[in-house]
Structures are given as structure tokens and as C-alpha cells.
Design a protein around this ligand. Structure first.
Ligand SMILES: NC(=O)c1ccc[n+]([C@@H]2O[C@H](COP(=O)([O-])OP(=O)(O)OC[C@H]3O[C@@H](n4cnc5c(N)ncnc54)[C@H](O)[C@@H]3O)[C@@H](O)[C@H]2O)c1
Length: 285
């Protein structure tokens, strides 16, 4: 049985690569008001100009009318630094897309618990941090996690893992923390579908489904980088070889997905892939 998401407005925290894309699909596809906040005014400016650019491209390709593009843009408003996350008080769901850092996310979810309404759904776009750990930080100070209030507070936290670039990639992984309620999960699923995505459900394990399956391809080392990538592209119809993809991802620190010696040595050599121009491949630009 499918249930309605019931989200009348969404808050997006972080206007980087992912937050900007999430704000755009929420405004354009789910057609609801979006409140965007980032601690950096510079990032907000960059994010909004990217939204303009992507919408203009859709109009020029005939995928959207001018009116649809303008309506989508008008649904996005910015919460300034003086208001901060207090500006999310009236939304039904927030999606956190700040930098990948456990203590940063824990302090943000603890502020969400202090500042937002108790029924607001709290979603995180993390790609490698345990949703259960994040959910545990969404319990108000002094409340016992095993009490009814503690369980209820953590039960509205869910993983909503969008892929990069968000407007293009069709998949969203939905991740249930140990504490997540069925209602939170189903409403988050309905919201991702309304935003134009296909949803898969993953357990709260390191890497979730997608990155956990990718790691063995990257770690195998049975042939040259080109032969590994060509095998997966031409033999298995992957659009991109795993080692090309590996140049854009980061680690999980989980022992099950321990990187191969070669990957560790590449990090020792400070060859960080696309980030600084050398990984399995070299990137001149
Ligand atoms: N980039 C990807 O391919 C990708 C894919 C899936 C998931 N993710 C996850 O999405 C999240 C965001 O990744 P990204 O690539 O967009 O990062 P990014 O560095 O592009 O953006 C992060 C943004 O968060 C802002 N920020 C940091 N601390 C903040 C705070 N306390 N309050 C408000 N804003 C704050 C930064 O100013 C920055 O604009 C991470 O958890 C990442 O793991 C990334």
C-alpha cells in the first residue's frame, strides 16, 4: 500500500553539489516550496546560479516551458545566516546535505531535535555514515533513548541517499536506521517518488547497497585498469567502469570493505583521483 508523503514544504541544509540538486528536484518535480540554507553565502549564490543554468538548459532543449522553469525557481527561497535552521520550523521534512563528517551531522541533528517540531521528518543524504548513529543524536538532551519520547524522536530519522548529479541520476536509496518508523520510511519513499526518482531500500550497512556492491569491483585488481573498466562497460553494460567511478568516491573505514594495498598506497601518495587530478587515471583539466 502506498501512502501520501504529506510534505507541504521541505528544508534543505547545505547548498553544495548535492543540496542544490535536491532543492531543484523538490521544487521542479515534487512542486513544493523549498527552503535552502547553507552557512556559506558564497555556496548559496553558486547553488542558485547552478539551478538557473540547469533550468535554462531544460527550457532550451524543450523539456520545460519558460513558465514551468520560473515556477520551479520561485518555489526555492533562501534562509539567511541570522535565522539558520530555525527557519525550518514550519517544514514537514528537512534533508541534510552538509559535508560528510560524523560530528558535524550529530551536532546538526541534535539542533534539529531542539529547534524543530517533533513530527518533522529528518532525512540525511550521507553516503557512508551510519543512519542509526545520526538518529541517536536526534534525541533531545536528557531524554532516555529507550523511553517513548526518545524512541519517537529518533524514529523520524531516515537515510535518503540521492546520487550525483541529482537532476540526472534516477536512483534514491532509502535507508532505515534501527530506530526509523514505518511511517517515516513510507513518507520519505513517497517524497522521493514525487521528486521523480526510483527508490531502492537498503539496510543501514556501510556503503548501503550501491557502494557496498561497488567495492569488490574496485578492489579486485585482476587486470589493468583499462581492461577492468572495459570488461564491466562492454561485458556487463555498465555506463562507466568501476575504476573510473572509484576516482570520484571516498572511503567507509569499515573492515569488511578494507581497501586493497594498491588503493591505500595511492592515498599515501596523495593521488586522490578526480579531486586532485591523479588516481587510476590522470585528469588534465
Ligand atoms: N558528491 C557526491 O557524489 C555525493 C553523492 C551522494 C551523497 N553525498 C553526500 O551528500 C552530502 C553533501 O555532499 P556534497 O558533495 O554536496 O558536499 P559539498 O561539499 O558540495 O557541500 C556541502 C555543503 O555543506 C555546507 N555546510 C557545511 N557545514 C554546514 C553547516 N554547519 N550548516 C550549513 N551548511 C553547512 C558547506 O558550506 C557546503 O556548501 C555528504 O554527506 C555526502 O556524503 C555526496
Amino acid at each position: 500500500m502506498s501512502i501520501a508523503h504529506g510534505i507541504r514544504a521541505v528544508g534543505v541544509l547545505g547548498a553544495g553539489q548535492m543540496g542544490t540538486g535536491i532543492a531543484l528536484v523538490s521544487a521542479l518535480r515534487a512542486k513544493i516550496p523549498v527552503l535552502l540554507h547553507d552557512r556559506s553565502a558564497e555556496q548559496v549564490k553558486k547553488g542558485l546560479s547552478l539551478v538557473d543554468k540547469l533550468l535554462a538548459k531544460d527550457v532550451s532543449k524543450g523539456r520545460l516551458t519558460n513558465e514551468q522553469a520560473n515556477e520551479a525557481k520561485d518555489r526555492i527561497s533562501v534562509i539567511g545566516p541570522e535565522t539558520g535552521i530555525k527557519g525550518f520550523r514550519d517544514v514537514d521534512m528537512v534533508i541534510e546535505a552538509v559535508s560528510e563528517n560524523l560530528s558535524l551531522k550529530q551536532s546538526i541533528f541534535s539542533s534539529f531535535a531542539a529547534e524543530l517540531r517533533p513530527e518533522t521528518i529528518l532525512a540525511t543524504n550521507t553516503s557512508s555514515i551510519s543512519i542509526t548513529k545520526i538518529a541517536a543524536s536526534a534525541i533531545p538532551n536528557g531524554v532516555n533513548p529507550a523511553s517513548d519520547e526518545g524512541k519517537k524522536s529518533a524514529s523520524r530519522v531516515v537515510g535518503l541517499h540521492f546520487f550525483n548529479p541529482v537532476p540526472v541520476m534516477k536512483l534514491v536509496e532509502l535507508i532505515s536506521a534501527l530506530q526509523t518508523s514505518e511511517e517515516t520510511l513510507e513518507r520519505a519513499r513517497a517524497f522521493a517518488i514525487a521528486s521523480g526518482k526510483e527508490v531502492t531500500v537498503s539496510k543501514d550497512v556501510p556503503g548501503f547497497v550501491s557502494n557496498a556492491l561497488l567495492i569488490p569491483f574496485i578492489n579486485e585488481g585482476t587486470a589493468t585498469r583499462e581492461d577492468i573498466d572495459t570488461t564491466l562497460k562492454l561485458g556487463m553494460n555498465h555506463p562507466m567502469g568501476p575504476l573510473q567511478l572509484a576516482n570520484s568516491i571516498r572511503g567507509t573505514r569499515d573492515s569488511k570493505y578494507r581497501p586493497s594495498i594498491l588503493l591505500e598506497r595511492m592515498v599515501d601518495a596523495q593521488w586522490y583521483g578526480r579531486k586532485n587530478g591523479k588516481g587510476f587515471y590522470e585528469y588534465k583539466d
